[in-house]
Design a protein around this ligand. Structure first.
Ligand code: HEC
Length: 92
């Protein structure tokens, strides 16, 4: 796959079901950053999975701009892990 042809992937069902796709898309900024940009930003960062896991669970702002990401307290550990793996896997 050539660089830039990132978008053969669709949002996972889990992301749609939990409303992530209302604010995120794979390849373009919506309310939140594109998940491809997130993946690129944290590529090679060994602590990224833990950071993103916390961000999804608790929410927060200031990494991409002033707009806050809401907390998703209802997601299970396994669901967050799946979402984090999906996002970080985009830039591999
Ligand atoms: C109401 C809009 C909104 C929803 C819903 C939302 N996000 Fe976000 N998300 C944001 C914003 C805004 C940011 C940027 C936050 C920042 O700058 O720190 C963000 C950032 C992120 C990041 C990068 C975090 C970082 O610290 O770099 C990830 C990963 C992410 N979101 C995943 C998700 C997942 C998974 C879901 C669904 C469970 C979700 N988002 C739902 C708005 C949203």
């Amino acid at each position: 796959m050539a660089a830039g042809s990132a978008v053969a992937v669709d949002m996972p069902e889990l992301a749609k079901k939990n409303g992530c796709s209302a604010c995120h898309a794979i390849d373009k900024k919506v309310v939140g950053p594109s998940w491809m940009d997130v993946a690129k930003k944290y590529k090679g960062d060994a602590g990224a999975a833990a950071k993103l896991d916390t961000k999804i669970a608790k929410g927060g702002s200031g990494v991409w701009g002033p707009m806050p990401m809401p907390a998703s307290p209802k997601l299970t550990d396994a669901e967050r892990k799946e979402l984090v793996n999906f996002v970080l896997g985009l830039a591999k």
